[in-house]
Design a protein around this ligand. Structure first.
Ligand code: AP5
Length: 215
């Protein structure tokens, strides 16, 4: 199964796509996680991406398309994958279409998590992420069992640099201008499945499974 998760910053794309990856046994391909790892390791990609990410802007399309196409060639993607945070511009979506057409593959669904902006700001201000495995927590809605420590791997939880309020506003603006046109793009291909993003994490997960099953 090949899926895309679409939605504004903080909508729950990472949380839900990780759960779905575990239940479907296909990888979660998160461009945000790949870029943050490159920044932490100070690779050449990380040095280029850092400035764009810290300002809340998008990393240039050609760089992103390059890293995603390399990732999708890996063996674990043969049976499918969940794209989390990609595509994010119409150019990226067109490049993905070209690659899929070239290999005779197709997307199954695009899950669009729909949510109000005030909820997003509240979620991002309380988010903590594992510095090792990147799992996301929230200080009130989904705290770890032991404060500051990741349940999954024991890593230290940190606040993401781009979750500062001013940067969140910029990310929301970038989403409205550059990413939200993808809603029409995928609706036009009859792939879009809108899912209400407010509610318990498990409740949203159940809605997503219903949407994928086409019920
Ligand atoms: P990326 O990491 O993709 O960030 P994003 O899209 O802004 O999304 P987030 O990770 O902030 O939110 P999310 O929707 O995954 O929410 P989460 O599940 O964590 O990208 C970061 C940067 O990298 C970009 O700004 C850009 O610079 C660059 N980049 C990445 N991809 C790119 C691309 N394709 N092109 C160009 N540049 C790119 O949840 C948020 C919080 O809410 C958590 O605390 C969570 O615990 C909590 N939560 C989740 N669900 C619920 C719920 N149902 N109820 C209550 N709380 C909840």
């Amino acid at each position: 199964m090949r899926l895309i998760f679409l939605g504004p910053p903080g909508a729950g794309k990472g949380t839900q796509s990780q759960m779905l990856s575990e239940s479907l046994g296909i990888p979660q391909v998160s461009t945000g996680d790949m870029l943050r790892q490159a920044v932490a390791q100070r690779t050449q990609l990380g040095e280029v991406a850092r400035g764009y990410m810290e300002s809340g802007g998008l990393v240039p399309d050609d760089i992103i398309v390059g890293i995603v196409s390399e990732r999708l060639k890996k063996n674990d993607c043969v049976k499918g994958y969940i794209l989390d945070g990609f595509p994010r511009t119409v150019v990226q979506a067109e490049k993905l279409d070209e690659a899929l057409n070239g290999s005779g593959e197709r997307l199954d669904s695009v899950i669009n998590i729909v949510i109000r902006e005030d909820e997003l700001v509240q979620r991002l201000s309380g988010r903590r992420v594992c510095g090792s495995c990147q799992r996301a927590y929230h200080i009130t809605t989904s705290p770890p069992a032991k404060e500051g420590i990741c349940d999954a791997c024991g890593g230290q939880l940190v606040t993401r640099a781009d979750d500062e309020v001013g940067t969140v506003r910029k990310r929301l603006e970038v989403y409205r201008n550059q990413t939200s046109p993808l809603i029409q793009f995928y609706a036009g291909k009859s792939l879009l499945r809108d899912v209400e993003g407010v509610g318990e994490i498990r409740e949203v997960f159940s809605r997503i499974n219903t949407a994928i099953a086409g019920k």
